[in-house]
Design a protein around this ligand. Structure first.
Ligand code: BG6
Length: 482
């Protein structure tokens, strides 16, 4: 593993410690870091939430989560070490009352030798960020600490501004870690490696050779009891303005002069600056049938569970090249892909067959579980005549590097523990992303209902026409070639 530095002793506080994110991602990731010797020599993990939750319940919660969703089983000496360091301190944590959590944090710091740093992880819905930030500040737990905000940071331009001002009242920007876990995916970082470490891609990475770009993240998962977070947030804020925009910035950016926080954030910010603000007609919103009947959802909810968008980057490299993005819950298949479709050359010398309906001239990054890169092209089929058939070159992370691939949260938690900020988002870039969608948030296009298990509303097909969504076409190809 490349990252071998071990962080200094730290107290990690997870706000929302018994929530979905802690269960699905944070606790399994922290345990894997423990197994990989990437946690500090000594540490404490304190969970916190408003309702009652005991140490024993937290222990069981963590063990079950890791057993079910982690990469390593919670057993043996690593588990004993980890479990010994877990505690839960329940009760609200506000500017008026920071006890008993503040005392528990100080006691844990003392146990670790007095000057152990605090890493406060806000794994809570965006509406809870201000209260917790203020409480940390008023308890003077901001001093020398690091604070990690889950996305979305704010929910529009105004709330971003207010939250940003509050955060900076107590924390310097160097202490602030706005996480977007897609940037922790090896396959997303690989976009930069492929582009800038090789000589053959960058020369064609522009409007002269690329017809369009798709960033497509359909999900089969539904709400998974996350109504408390999802209602009023929706796919646009949960995924589009955050993960999909951040991935897009990696695809579109100019080469940074170094892979360090400032140059990377500068280039990302330049991409966001050059994007044409979205108009309501550039966006399709959908809601899966049955969403309004889910527990915790308003029966008249206008929250979208699907969003597709078309956008343009008005700069020298990308002028005229549309970027299409799509994501949604309860769709037909789960994928996380970026596709660059190259312009077609004249092919009049080849006999084309209708049956060759294939995603040719496409470079596709798989960002999810089957992480890798593939290039789809046309080749000569075996036989006496020159006939074209689909061909592919591919690279798969698993096959190439096996288990060394780190999970996104592992990667970013380890970075946050080290104070390494390169893959965390910077305030100005995030603020601009909210500006880009402000008009859509103010005048949201109407919702189209779609059946669960489909590809979402048909209006999303119209948005991209005459082009098509690569993922569904790929499926058609596989079906045709049988
Ligand atoms: C989260 C979103 O940030 O990312 C979820 O809140 C989404 O709605 C998830 O399902 C997808 O990411 P991954 O990497 O866990 O598949």
């Amino acid at each position: 593993m490349q990252h071998v530095r071990r962080p200094d002793p730290q107290v990690i506080v997870i706000f929302g410690g018994n929530g979905d994110l802690a269960k699905r991602k944070l606790l399994p990731a922290l345990f894997h870091l423990e197994v990989a010797y990437l946690l500090p020599d000594d540490y404490r993990i304190i969970g916190n939430s408003r309702g009652d939750f005991t140490n024993e319940e937290f222990d069981r919660f963590a063990r079950e989560a890791i057993a079910k969703l982690g990469r390593c089983q919670p057993e043996g000496e690593h588990w004993d070490r980890f479990a010994e360091r877990l505690t839960y301190v329940s009760g609200s944590f506000t500017a008026d009352d920071q006890e008993p959590l503040a005392s528990a944090i100080r006691a844990a710091q003392k146990e670790l030798g007095g000057d152990a740093q605090l890493l406060a992880y806000l794994a809570v819905p965006p509406k809870a960020f201000s209260v917790l930030t203020r409480a940390l500040g008023e308890a003077e737990l901001n001093i020398g600490s690091r604070i990690v905000f889950e996305k979305p940071f704010g929910t529009d331009v105004e709330s971003f501004g207010k939250l940003g001002a509050l955060v900076h009242r107590y924390f310097d920007e160097e202490q602030v870690f706005r996480i977007d876990h897609f940037l922790g995916k090896e396959a997303v970082q690989n976009i930069l490696a492929l582009r800038f470490a090789n000589g053959m891609f960058e020369p064609v990475w522009n409007r002269q050779f690329i017809d369009h770009v798709e960033i497509d993240v359909p999900e089969t998962l539904g709400l998974e009891k996350r109504a408390g977070f999802y209602e009023g947030v929706g796919a646009l804020r949960d995924m589009l303005v955050t993960h999909l925009f951040q991935v897009m910035s990696f695809v579109a950016m100019e080469p940074p002069y170094a892979l360090e926080p400032k140059p990377l954030a500068d280039e990302t910010a330049k991409v966001f600056e050059s994007i044409r603000p979205l108009k309501p007609e550039d966006v399709v919103r959908g809601q899966f049938e049955g969403y309004r009947q889910e527990e915790g959802v308003d029966p008249n909810s206008d929250t979208e569970t699907f969003v597709a968008a078309r956008m343009f980057i008005d700069n020298w490299r990308w002028s005229g090249v549309p970027f299409f993005m799509r994501t949604g819950k309860r769709l037909k298949e789960k994928h996380q892909t970026v596709t660059l479709a190259f312009k077609e050359p004249p092919r009049q010398m080849f006999r084309e067959h209708e049956s060759v309906w294939f995603e040719r001239d496409h470079l596709t990054f798989q960002l999810g579980e089957e992480a890798g890169v593939s290039l789809a092209f046309l080749a000569k089929k075996p036989g006496p005549e020159i006939e074209l058939g689909p061909a592919r070159m591919s690279f798969e992370y698993d096959a190439a590097y096996g288990s060394e691939v780190m999970g996104a949260y592992e990667y970013l938690l380890h970075d946050a523990l080290l104070g390494e900020r390169t893959l965390f988002t910077r305030g100005d870039g995030v603020e601009r992303t909210w500006e880009l969608v402000q008009e859509v948030l103010e005048k949201p296009p109407s919702i189209h209902v779609y059946p669960p298990g489909s590809w979402g509303p048909k209006e999303a097909e119209d948005l991209i026409a005459p082009r098509r969504w690569h993922v569904a076409r790929e499926e058609n190809h596989l079906r045709n070639s049988g």
